[in-house]
Structure formats: C-alpha cells, structure tokens
Design a protein around this ligand. Structure first.
Ligand SMILES: C[S@@+](CC[C@H](N)C(=O)[O-])C[C@H]1O[C@@H](n2cnc3c(N)ncnc32)[C@H](O)[C@@H]1O
Length: 267
C-alpha cells in the first residue's frame, strides 16, 4: 500500500495587513499540520508568521527555518538542502505543510529556492504555490496611484545594487519599483534623477504595518538607514498634450473613437 505523502503549499501572506491574505491561503492555513517560515540565523522573528497568525490554529506546529544572510553561495546552498530536508521529513510522515512568504510567494521569495531544490531532489513531492498581494501592489494602493495604465510598462527590480538596473535600460519604463531598497538608497535616487524623466519618487517603509512611513523627500531619506521593509516607486512625468493642440492635429476625434472601440471590445 502506498504511504500518503503530504502536500507542500507555498503561501504568499500579503504585505502586512492580515486581511490582505487570500481566502485560499487562509483556508489552507486552517488545515495544514505544519507551518514553516524563514528566519535569519540571528533571530527567530518572522514577519510572515505575524501576518498569518490570525489564520493559523493554536494547535498547528510552527517551525522556523534559519537561512543565513550571506553572500557565500556554498553556505546558502547548504541551508536550502538542510531546510528542504526538514520540510520533506514532515511531508513523508503524511503531514500537509505550508511555507510562508511575505507578499507574493513567487516574487523575491526564499520559497522560490526551496521550491526549486525540492523539485530537483524530491520530484515525487506535490507542491502548490499560492500567490499573494505583493508589497508594491499594496504600496500603490496606499498611495492611490495606479502602477501602469494603457500601454505603459513596469519594471520591478532589486535595489540591493543601487540604481544600476535602471541605468542599463536604454528605454525606461513609465514606472519603476525598487524592492529591497534598504541599502544604496542614494544610488537608487541618483539613477532615477540621471534619466530626468521621473517626477514622482516615493519610498514606503512597512506598508500596512505598525510604523508605516511614506517619504517623498528621498534626499532626507537617503541620509538615514531605511528599514529592511522599504520599497521605492518612481513614476515618469505624464506627457500631456494640450487639448487645443490635439484638436488642431485632428487627434481628438480619433482618440475618442478609439476609446469607444476599446470599451466595446472589453465588454
Ligand atoms: C525578499 S523581498 C520580498 C518581496 C515580497 N515577496 C513581495 O511580494 O513583495 C523583501 C522586500 O520586499 C519589500 N517589502 C515587503 N513587504 C513590505 C512592506 N510591507 N512594506 C514595504 N516594503 C515591503 C521590501 O522592499 C523588502 O526589502
């Protein structure tokens, strides 16, 4: 008789507010036997567990897995292997388990590494990834600012190495989101200013969490070490054509009919 092996759920718990977790994730958390979350080797605190706590029954076992914050690739790989083995050990006992991630489970998440490691080394394990609301979606909502509209593009990048990713692009997207904007803020701001295209640049720390901060004076912000839970959103100036110029160029009428067409097509 085949022994039951549990399923591993990668759960994005959203950016902070426990109400911003999906119904699907809340349902899974109410029934899994074990919940895993990543912690640094220095402490066992987990923001993901705090966010998900209202949805985890008191009897559920919560296990912290320590991942070193290091650039040493060997140590990092060893920690994936060690932690994957701990997870697999629970699954092969027939228990279902969840691995929590702040924001979305597929966006800059430790779960992504664990997922790939288990897929490669234990392909018989069933893994289901459940998406979550990302930090930058929550930040855009907090600012009441659409991220992208119409034909615009969005770049989501890491700010760990400053603004280099933005510099490297010959065509700059209308909106740029720097996650991990807790280091090199000065260089992120320099890269944004160098293009001379962006007018709104706002940093948000701890979005939706106690101590939330929205900062638009980024020069002042760059002079103090930001919190780890910080992101920066930069938006290009909108190209506005005065209405009378549009009419003179005969575009106004065409735009209106295009809008009607778009509306009809989306119905
Ligand atoms: C390892 S990444 C995780 C991203 C996450 N999976 C997501 O979907 O947003 C960590 C970075 O996410 C951003 N972040 C996550 N939650 C945040 C929050 N509540 N407020 C501001 N930034 C947040 C910060 O830039 C932080 O350095």
């Amino acid at each position: 008789m085949n022994k039951k092996i549990g399923t591993l759920y990668g759960i994005g718990v959203g950016p902070g507010d426990p109400e911003l977790i999906t119904l699907k994730s809340a349902k899974i958390l109410s029934r899994v036997q074990v919940v895993f979350a990543a912690a640094s080797t220095k402490n066992s605190h987990s923001l993901a567990v705090n966010i998900a706590r209202p949805h985890i029954p008191k009897t559920t076992s919560i296990k912290m897995l320590s991942f070193p914050m290091t650039k040493d690739k060997k140590k990092t790989r060893e920690s994936w292997a060690k932690n994957a083995a701990i997870i697999i050990n629970e699954l092969i006992q027939g228990k279902d388990a969840a691995f929590l991630t702040v924001g979305d489970s597929m966006t800059y998440s430790t779960f992504g590494y664990i997922l790939k490691h288990i897929q490669a080394t234990a392909p018989y394990i069933t893994i289901e990834s459940i998406p979550g609301i990302t930090s930058y979606q929550a930040a855009a909502a907090r600012l009441n600012t659409p991220l992208v509209e119409g034909e615009e593009s969005l770049l989501v990048t890491s700010g760990v190495k400053g603004g280099d990713r933005l510099r490297q692009l010959s065509c700059k997207p209308e909106t740029v989101v720097f996650l991990k904007a807790y280091r090199n803020v000065k260089d992120i701001i320099s890269a944004v200013e160098e293009t001379d295209l962006f007018e709104d640049c706002v940093a948000i720390s701890k979005c939706g969490l106690p101590g939330e901060e929205v900062v638009s004076d980024l020069k002042e912000f760059a002079n103090r070490p930001p919190n780890y839970w910080t992101l920066i959103i930069a938006k290009q100036k909108k190209k506005k054509t005065p209405l009378k110029d549009e009419i003179r160029m005969g575009r106004h009428h065409r735009r209106q009919s295009e809008a009607v067409l778009e509306f009809t097509e989306s119905m």
